[in-house]
Every structure is written in C-alpha cells, then in structure tokens.
Design a protein around this ligand. Structure first.
Ligand code: ZN
Length: 229
C-alpha cells in the first residue's frame, strides 16, 4: 500500500516526472536498524528501484547519488541526484522530511531535525543540487501542538530563524514549529515550500511518532525521477 505526502505528488523536472511518496504505519517500519531482510522487502513493496537510504545523524552532509543505490546505509542526512530510477529515501519519526525538485533535473531528499535545520542541512542540500527554481515539499513531521521544546534550544532557533518558530503545545508549554523553521531555512536560499504536512503526533493511525508516543518505528519519504509516461 502506497500513500502520498497527502496526496502523492508527481512534479516535472526537465523531461522527467518526479514521484514523491510517503509511507504510513500500514507500510511498516523503515528504521535503518530494522531487520535488514524485512526492510528490503518493505522497500520493494513500497516503490521499485534501487534505494539510497542513509544512516541519519542530524548532521549536514549531503551525498550525491550517481548510480541508483549509491551510499545506501552510509552516514549522512541528505541525498542529491540527477539519475533516473534512483530512489532517495529519508526516514523519520517526527523530524522533517523534505523533498526537493529543480527545474533543471536535480532532485533531493533531506532529513531535518531541529539540530540539522539550525546547522544548515537544508541550505546545504539546495546548494548541492546546483539547479534553478528549486521547489521543496515537506512531508509529515511533528507540529508545535505535540512538540514541547526546551527553552534554551528554542531561544537558539528563534535567534536563528525568527520569533515565528516559537509556538505552544496543545497543553500550553513552549514548542518548536518545525514547519516554520523549514520554511525560514529554505527562504534563505530562495526556495519555496509546498507544505501539506500532517502532525505525526496527532495522527497515530497514520504515522509513527518518537516524541509523542515513544515509538521506534519510522516512516519513509522517497523521491525518484522516472521517465515521463
Ligand atoms: Zn500534533
């Protein structure tokens, strides 16, 4: 079963179509540490092709995929390619998964938690794409309603991105608005954000959440450029 970034998106990149998909709990656990054989089966059921899925560490390193499957299970937080059929996969359990599509044919997938966003992973990804008119699409992530956040860390995010990244949880405590942080980071490099993101904390039927439900499972967002039909 394949569901989308509510809904699944197909964007044009040059002569190709870029497919952006997001799993739900019904598709199973895409944690990089999930049983390897089971993970490979889940990948094949989700979307065809050779995958590049990184061992994400909340850093800023961007790896370029030249051949489908390059860098699979290596350490990094963002992937860029111009290669058709390469499946770029970002796995998340509250952090922001961001797909990017350039008008000239580069595509990317980035994992941004608050630390990665603060350190510039999204801007680094856009720079590595070296493309024009990049569009970014945000997948499901935790929203301020469910994302209680430490005051010191929140101050750092506000200092970096502005007061609108500070929010309130549903129970009235300080919260981080990751959607606003992603939007602000991308605006620094003139990239607009398409945001149909749902809150992972609020939608237990659909998404895993580490912060809200202490779940170990992770959803995946994939980006793949395929020849237009
Ligand atoms: Zn929520």
């Amino acid at each position: 079963m394949t569901t989308g970034v509510v809904p699944p998106l197909a964007l044009r990149a040059g002569d190709d179509t870029v497919h952006i998909l997001c799993s739900t709990v019904a598709d199973g656990d895409f944690h990089i540490e999930a049983d390897r054989v089971a993970l490979l089966h889940r990948r094949a059921a989700f979307t065809p092709g050779r995958w590049s899925q990184l061992d994400e560490v909340h850093g800023t390193s961007v790896l370029t995929v030249h051949r489908p499957g390059d860098h699979d299970f290596e350490v990094g937080d963002a992937l860029v390619t111009r290669t058709r059929g390469a499946v770029l996969a970002v796995w998340v359990g509250d952090c922001a998964p961001v797909a990017m599509v350039g008008a000239g044919g580069a595509v990317a997938a980035a994992h941004a938690g608050w630390r990665g966003a603060l350190d510039g992973v999204l801007q680094a990804t856009v720079q590595a794409m070296a493309d024009d008119r990049v569009t970014a699409v945000l997948g499901p992530c935790i929203h301020p309603c469910c994302y209680e956040f430490g005051v010191a860390e929140l101050d750092a995010m506000v200092a970096r991105f502005g007061p609108h990244v500070a929010g309130r949880t549903a129970w009235g405590t300080p919260a981080l608005d990751m959607r606003a942080a992603v939007r602000a980071a991308l605006a620094e490099v003139d990239v607009g954000l398409v945001d149909h993101s749902q809150c992972t904390g609020c939608h237990a039927d659909r998404y895993y959440s580490h912060r809200r439900r202490q779940q170990h499972g992770r959803q995946v967002v994939t980006v793949c450029k395929r020849a237009a039909e």
